[in-house]
Design a protein around this ligand. Structure first.
Ligand SMILES: C[S@@+](CC[C@H](N)C(=O)[O-])C[C@H]1O[C@@H](n2cnc3c(N)ncnc32)[C@H](O)[C@@H]1O
Length: 278
């Protein structure tokens, strides 16, 4: 027997695109119908819902609040990797950290997905500060996807994915799995404990911490937002940084076309001036 795929009507698609935009600012264009249908079809089956129209009704009701989170999880693109766009980690290690004056150095990994970027940052910080301990640096990893944040907390990765620039560091920060975990590495507890994992929507009304970060990595997420949302986010990230702090965005992103008060210091690297212009 073959089960027929639920059909996504234009009205249901419009509802879903609007919901996703309001909750995450991820913009689904008119050409994304097949993508949405493909990503959500399995979820409808999993919860026993036989049509997109019924699914939308659930999402629009108070009982559907958890399901909205599932939709965002399924729609968001979570691709990431260790030391992705490695020049940024070099810039951090060679240009930013040696000149950091505040203690602790506060770092925010703002769209951390499954954690590879956050643990790459943690390795750079741990290598730079050595045994200086908890006073030297703090690192917060956040994302809108709870499923990704669970993976970030678990910190188990396929061995083939754990590509770090200096392989000699591997045994320092990772434990090799054995038995049923053969083929996997897990970040060692000492490093895991240094990464505070928080569920944060970049567009939520207020962030759960005081401003004043020295470094923010917010990479490969703005590409999913429209200009208006990017503009609002860049202004917010500026305010989240301490004067002199650095913002890193994906190489494909940049702040081109946006009004901002940053100083551009390297591809995808921006600094909040020490004396911020009003
Ligand atoms: C492609 S991944 C980028 C991961 C990592 N920053 C990197 O560059 O490798 C984009 C991440 O942004 C998250 N995201 C999308 N919209 C978001 C929002 N409004 N607030 C917070 N995170 C969001 C997604 O859940 C996803 O994990």
């Amino acid at each position: 027997m073959t089960l027929s795929e639920p059909q996504l009507s234009a009205a249901a698609y419009a509802f879903l695109a609007d919901l996703v935009y309001r909750r995450s600012r991820i913009r689904l264009g008119p050409d994304k119908q097949a993508f949405v249908s493909g990503r959500l079809g399995g979820q409808l089956r999993a919860i026993g819902c036989d049509s997109f129209d019924a699914y939308c009704q659930l999402l629009g009701s108070p009982a559907g609040e958890d399901e909205v989170g599932a939709v965002i999880d399924l729609i968001s693109t979570n691709h990431t990797q260790f030391f992705r766009e490695s020049e940024h980690f070099e810039h951090l290690a060679l240009q930013v950290l040696p000149r950091a004056t505040g203690r602790p150095v506060r770092v925010w990994c703002a769209a951390a997905a499954s954690g590879e970027e956050a643990y790459s940052l943690a390795i750079v910080l741990a290598e730079h500060f050595g045994d200086a301990g908890a006073e030297a640096w703090t690192l917060t990893a956040s994302d809108i996807s709870r499923r990704m944040l669970d993976r970030c907390r678990r910190a188990i990765y396929e061995s083939s994915a754990v590509k770090i620039p200096d392989p000699a560091l591997l045994p320092r920060y990772f434990r090799r799995g054995f038995g049923e975990w053969d083929g996997f590495y897990r970040v060692k507890p000492a490093l895991r404990r240094r990464v505070k994992v928080e569920h944060v929507n970049l567009f939520q009304a207020a962030y759960p911490w005081p401003a004043g970060f020295d470094v923010i990595f917010c990479r490969n997420v703005m590409i999913y937002f429209d200009v208006e949302s990017r503009q609002a986010l860049v202004e917010r990230l500026f305010e989240q940084l301490a004067p002199g702090g650095h913002l890193f965005v994906g190489h494909a992103e940049g702040l081109l076309g946006l009004r901002h008060r940053f100083r551009s210091v390297a591809p995808g690297v921006y600094q909040r001036p020490r004396e911020a212009r009003a």
